[in-house]
Design a protein around this ligand. Structure first.
Ligand code: P5A
Length: 445
């Protein structure tokens, strides 16, 4: 993408009403535009990040054997009357009436709708286990939307729903989601700690929230410092192996880690004092097991091998896709701007032309551009007539992890400069070597 032809409306001034750094940087970097309280347009740069986050989520769901689909944003109220949640959900639910005076709502979550789909099409234990998910916009009429996309009213969520024959099978689905989520967050450069939490309006007794530690987080958290050292890394997981998946979950949930909703002071004091921590965290996901809470009232049953008809055991599992864009920035920025982890960056690399209009410099940039494209990498090429300082400031603000700087002085020696946004370290190399280096950084595996 040539910056001269792109739409990147960066702001010079720091927006006064944005209270936290991720909100400020998303506005300044031209990623989002607020349209109403808690409702945002995703401008091209922000949209690319959102799509990258979705890609990682889809890939890790596929790895765990979960199946993608898409449900609508609008839902008939009658489904929610069946589960009993239409009245319970309260003012957070946006209720709508259509021209025929039928009650609709803008979905805050999809337990009822997916249960309806299941009961219509599935009737036998042979079709289980089944986990379906989608990535779709939700609406919750939060009383105080704030911090940009962190607590929006309209927000993008990945929500998945498992259907299993019994509690044990459903707990395996719960564990599978925990492991898949850990891997998802790690690929985004985040350490997200599973913490025992409260289930709220979704229901059930078993639930974990995933928290990214950050002083600007909305949740109060208490944890054993050793939990922050746990990493899933690149280990291969057999998601069908119940014991293996359960062992990973217990590795990640045995140390003390809770939100204030379930915090237990007596249990916390058993953590060695030098490892006891309290702080704040951003909730980037939550998983639930709620048994037959929806399947029973809504009649989602299957015939067992013994020929009985029983309600299925269910759970639901959510990732805050749009919130993650903000959470990643909270976790990865400096005074000059965003620092995208390679896993979600909007462009893998930027090219800065220090002397636009100089034939040799322009040609070298064009060659780099097509060389990178040849490796399936789309660079953002700053080909504007601007001072070098302004170009560097824009690149630093929008946070591409790598930058190739091309100028006549380096080219006289046949060299360009590759700079790492995170460390600030630069290295001179030939254009061909720069292409190979960037390609190696993004090579899968
Ligand atoms: C699980 C999936 C659920 O709704 N039903 C379907 C369950 N869980 S949840 O915890 O309420 O939401 C899942 C994740 O969505 C993000 N989230 C939000 N993001 C931005 N703005 C909001 N107002 C908002 N509310 C929830 C969180 O990351 C949450 O973990």
């Amino acid at each position: 993408m040539r910056l001269s032809r792109y739409f990147l409306p960066v702001l010079k001034e720091t927006p006064a009403d944005a209270q936290i750094v991720s909100h400020r940087l998303m506005l300044r970097a031209g990623m989002i535009r607020q349209q109403a309280a808690g409702i945002y347009s995703w401008l091209p740069l922000g949209y690319r990040v959102l799509r990258r986050i979705e890609e990682v989520v889809h890939q890790e769901q596929a790895r765990a054997g979960h199946i993608a689909m898409l449900m609508p944003t609008l839902q008939p109220a009658d489904l929610w009357r069946e589960s009993g949640r239409y009245d319970d959900y309260g003012e957070e639910m946006l209720r709508i009436t259509d021209r025929h005076k039928r009650d609709l709502l803008y979905g805050p979550t999809n337990e009822e709708m997916i249960t309806d789909i299941f009961r219509t099409h599935v009737g036998s234990y042979r079709d289980l286990p089944l986990t379906l998910y989608h990535i779709q916009w939700k609406f919750r009429d939060e009383i105080r939307p704030r911090f940009g996309v962190m607590r929006g009213r309209e927000f993008l969520m990945k929500d998945g729903y498992n259907f299993d024959l019994d509690r044990e099978a459903a707990l395996h689905a719960y564990n599978r989601h925990m492991v898949a989520y850990l891997r998802t967050y790690e690929r985004m450069g985040l350490t997200a700690i599973p913490m025992r939490a409260d289930s709220g309006p979704i229901g059930g007794d078993d639930t974990h929230e995933f928290l990214v530690l950050a002083s600007t987080g909305e949740s109060e958290v208490y944890y054993d410092a050793a939990v922050t050292d746990l990493k899933l890394g690149v280990r291969q997981v057999d998601y069908d192996d119940r014991a293996e998946v359960a062992a990973i979950c217990s590795e990640f949930t045995s140390l003390y880690a809770r939100t204030d909703e379930t915090h237990d002071e007596a249990a916390f004091t058993k953590v060695p004092e030098d490892r006891r921590r309290s702080g704040r965290g951003i909730e980037v996901g939550q998983i639930f097991y709620f048994g037959t809470k929806y399947s029973e009232p809504m009649g989602a049953t299957v015939v067992t091998p013994q020929g009985n008809r029983v309600p299925v055991h269910m759970g639901s599992h959510g990732i805050g896709v749009s919130r993650l864009a903000g959470a990643i920035i909270e976790a990865s920025h400096d005074e000059r701007g965003i620092i995208w982890p390679e896993g979600v960056t909007p462009f893998p690399v930027g090219i800065v032309n220090l002397k636009q209009g100089d034939a040799a410099t322009d040609a070298a940039c064009a060659e780099l551009y097509s060389g990178l494209q040849g490796k399936e990498l789309e660079p953002l090429y700053d080909d504007r007539e601007e001072r070098a300082g302004g170009k560097f400031a824009t690149m630093d603000l929008i946070g591409l992890p790598w930058r190739i700087t091309v100028g006549p002085r380096g080219l006289a020696k046949g060299m360009v400069e590759l700079t790492c946004r995170r460390t600030g370290e630069s290295e001179e190399m030939t254009p061909a070597a720069a292409v190979d280096r960037v390609a190696a950084i993004y090579a899968p595996g």
